[in-house]
Design a protein around this ligand. Structure first.
Ligand code: UTP
Length: 307
């Protein structure tokens, strides 16, 4: 039950619907990690031995999601291949007795019901989420940004924590964290009022704020649960810079009318759309990896002593 992810239970009458569907926008151009992302989608860049998007799909599944829509574009068919059968590889692994690898490879085709839709022009995150309208229908849904990997302690998947807040309050929810001043201008700034523990009411949000527009150091980091009225708001949101429709601009209306909550989720978020973020994820996940953790620790100590 997702609501068990919340420490305490403030129930406002149980009017929310179960969140069964998730949308993963993965149609961006990934210009910050070029040239690596020229032919390989940034969502497929690995953290140790799994591509970023696999961590994200596993987080959704661990949070009770049953159906996933991945928003792709030209050149992202590797994502579809990753979550499909690979008959030759599977035969080879089976016949050579590599049962563990065989199981891992086969399980990828059965993780969840995954569908795909193309965003035909790169017109921003809001436009990408808008492409999910017919998949979502009239129910609340989760959004997991395809380049934001969150590593959480067992039993606390980030989107599960947002779903629990949605189930308690019946409103849209954003995953939030406090970020340093210099990062705020690349993300957004939020107006928040604390409600309980890590849960906040979000009353305003400004995308990529100028210094004089900053409301707080809280920003949205990679996760939302949205009510389906967001689609009409997206349709009525004019494009801003680079002719892109920003999801934050559409969500701002929800915040302004008192329909938006936030939770500072437990896990640690890594920005896989950024070179340093990729290295941080690789090192920190590598240190806990059963196969390479010990070797990597020794190597890091050795190299740190030379810095
Ligand atoms: P970003 O703004 O980080 O993606 O969007 P980007 O455009 O690839 O970034 P640059 O070029 O390095 O600045 C966050 C998420 O939204 C998706 C991206 O794939 C990423 O997972 N996205 C973004 C879309 O699906 N469609 C878009 O038009 C833009």
């Amino acid at each position: 039950m997702p609501s068990s992810f919340l420490d305490n239970d403030l129930c406002y009458g149980g009017f929310s619907m179960k969140v069964r569907k998730a949308v993963i926008p993965a149609a961006g151009l990934g210009t910050r990690v070029l040239p690596a992302s020229k032919a390989v989608p940034k969502e497929m860049l690995p953290i140790v031995d799994k591509p970023a998007i696999q961590y994200i799909v596993e987080e959704a599944v661990a949070s009770g999601i049953e159906d996933i829509l991945i928003i792709t574009n030209r050149g992202k068919s590797l994502i579809e291949d990753h979550f499909d059968h690979a008959p030759e590889l599977e035969d080879k692994l089976r016949s050579s007795g590599k049962q563990d690898l065989f199981d891992q490879v086969v399980s990828l085709a059965h993780l969840c019901n995954i569908q795909y839709v193309r965003q035909k022009e790169t017109r921003g995150l809001g436009h990408a989420v808008g492409c999910a309208k017919s998949f979502v229908g009239n129910e609340p849904f989760a959004v997991l940004y395809g380049d934001d990997v969150v590593i959480s302690p067992p039993g606390k998947p980030a989107i599960g924590e947002l779903i629990a807040v949605h189930e308690t309050y019946g409103k849209s929810v954003v995953g939030i964290k406090e970020v340093p001043d210099d990062l705020l201008r690349s993300y957004c700034t939020l107006g928040v009022k604390p409600v309980q523990n890590a849960v906040y009411e979000v009353f305003d949000m400004i995308e990529k704020p100028l210094p004089e527009e900053v409301i707080s150091n809280f920003a949205i980091l990679g996760r939302c649960v949205l009510t389906p009225d967001i689609f009409e708001l997206i349709e009525n949101t004019p494009p801003s810079r680079n002719n892109e429709v920003q999801l934050t601009d559409a969500m701002r209306t929800l915040a302004k009318r008192g329909d938006m909550m936030g939770i500072a989720y437990t896990g640690k978020r890594y920005d896989m759309g950024n070179k340093l973020g990729i290295l941080q994820a690789t090192i920190e996940v590598g240190l806990t990896h059963p196969e390479i953790g010990t070797g990597l620790r020794a190597y890091l100590k050795e190299i740190a002593s030379t810095l």
